[in-house]
Write a protein of this length. Structure first.
Ligand SMILES: *Cc1c(COP(=O)(O)O)cnc(C)c1O
Length: 372
């Protein structure tokens, strides 16, 4: 009998019966949205779990990114990475901002901090780095550059739920950090997101912005948007949160099994865990080097033929997409590392209850291919 297909991820879902009482409460109090009781509870619970002081929930991570840029009144040019999900750069275009792509560090797949300064112009107002795969950016170096040049820093932390850096939440770095709770992320509310804010005043401004700019019934303080999370999503988040520690534990076990089995395969490279960080095992990317007998796309197809659906995150590069490719900073010659990584990356399936036999089977296929 053919085995079921294995995809790169499978959303974590709590037992349905744990969710029902929450729904009953919504049905009885008839509060569906607009900072209702579950919304407030989830903001508090997430602050506590993540180890941050202020957080504003959103309908999704992309609207949260768009709003974060509005909240800090970012203008002109923004330095960012081409090696990310499209929403990172799209959030700039939706604000009429100009993305300036800077190459990545091959050891982390994050913005290369030594290349940022050369990209700063009088129009630069902010840096939008991504903690790619949940691995911390060079946060201290980025902080120093931003202070020197008076730039804002907004981290796209869509992959970084629960990641700790030097003993504290990674989300405390930068002026703002943005999370995604999309179905495919480590912690999901079906759709959802959040902005981590440094102080109550910033959170208040962001809360107004996500509610059309309303400060009270008759006062509109800014041209805001509708970015609110509903009570259903917030309630679901509260149930999810009860299971997230176990989810992270199970993911860690899967990651360790991949690392063990692929450690000494010639031509296959993994990203080394950051020495100062506790990660979240959100992705397991491998890089199929020139020295490997098969090209990345051949290996990708071979795994797919056996029912193992990896994903080429992040291929194609944002800078090679039609709406970005004509920008001066998007040319391939100035982004050599990003282009190589995008051509070699393959994210292998990883999720909490991925059977260990499946991991072993995927690793055997890769190991066998290495000897062809
Ligand atoms: C998922 C993701 C987003 C967008 O989040 P949504 O909640 O899907 O809108 C933004 N940036 C990165 C890096 C992502 O992976």
């Amino acid at each position: 009998m053919p085995r079921k297909n294995i995809y790169v991820t499978q959303p974590s879902l709590p037992p349905l019966d744990e969710f029902i009482p929450y729904l009953e409460q919504i049905w009885s109090n008839k509060i569906l949205t607009n900072n209702g009781p579950f919304h407030q509870q989830l903001e508090g619970a997430l602050c506590e779990y993540l180890g941050v002081e202020h957080l504003s929930l959103f309908t999704n991570g992309t609207i949260a990114l768009v709003t974060a840029l509005q909240a800090l009144r970012v203008s002109g040019e923004v330095i960012t990475t081409p090696y990310s999900f499209v929403a990172t750069a799209h959030s700039l275009l939706w604000n009429g901002l100009k993305p300036v792509f800077v190459d990545i560090d091959p050891n982390t797949c994050n913005l290369d901090p030594t290349k940022i300064e050369a990209a700063i112009t009088p129009q630069t107002s902010a840096i939008l780095p991504v903690h790619c795969y949940g691995n911390p950016c060079a946060v201290d170096q980025i902080h120093n550059i931003a202070s020197t040049y008076g730039l804002k820093v907004i981290y796209d932390a869509a992959h970084a739920f629960g990641v700790r850096y030097k003993g504290n939440s990674l989300l405390r770095y930068g002026n703002l950090s943005v999370l995604s709770f999309h179905a495919t992320k480590v912690f999901n509310t079906f759709e959802g997101g959040a902005i981590i804010c440094p102080d109550a005043l910033t959170k208040q401004r962001i809360d107004y912005l996500k509610n059309f700019g309303f400060a009270d019934e008759v006062t509109v303080t800014a041209p805001g948007i509708n970015g609110k999370m509903s009570e259903i999503n917030a309630a679901f988040g509260l149930v999810q949160l009860k299971h997230v520690a176990k989810v992270l534990d199970q993911r860690k076990t899967v990651e360790a099994r991949y690392r063990d089995a692929l450690r000494d395969v010639a031509g296959i490279q993994c990203i080394a865990p950051h020495p100062d960080a506790e990660g979240n095992s959100s992705y397991f990317p491998i890089f199929v080097r020139e020295s490997f007998p098969l090209k990345r796309d051949i290996l990708y197809q071979r795994l797919k033929d056996r029912g193992f659906f990896g994903r080429r995150y992040f291929y194609p590069l944002i800078s090679n997409m039609p709406m970005y490719q004509s920008m001066p900073s998007a040319c391939r010659e100035s982004l050599p590392v990003s282009n190589v990584m995008a051509d070699q990356v393959l994210c292998l399936p990883i999720y909490p209850d991925l059977e260990h036999e499946i991991v072993d089977e995927i690793c055997s296929l890769i190991r066998d291919a290495a000897h062809e």
